[in-house]
Design a protein around this ligand. Sequence first.
Ligand SMILES: [Zn+2]
Length: 112
Amino acid sequence: MDQSQRGQFSLRLVQKCPVCNHDYSSGKIQILDEEGNSFLAYLTCANCNSSILVRVLTLPQGLIGNAILTDLTADEVMTFSTERQIASDDVLVIHDFLSRQGDLMQNFKNYH
Ligand SMILES: [Zn+2]
């Protein structure tokens, strides 16, 4: 699969900008990462300039994708995705932080 074909797949999954509903066909698509049968695409709306990240998984049954709206640039996304792996210390820090917040699930419930 070459770059333009992958772009076509992304377009099929996310055809319109979630912000302004503009068609993505005139927008910009970058393939940021490819790993096995999945790839990460970055789409920029030509109309309102908002960007979404699309993770696409190619399966024999078809394509599965999810998209998130992001305010990161494509370069920033790549920087974060190549950052070091999460170390056990990081997990402990988060655990410590969460335990000070009380019951996390309770907080989620209260939030809604
Ligand atoms: Zn837009």
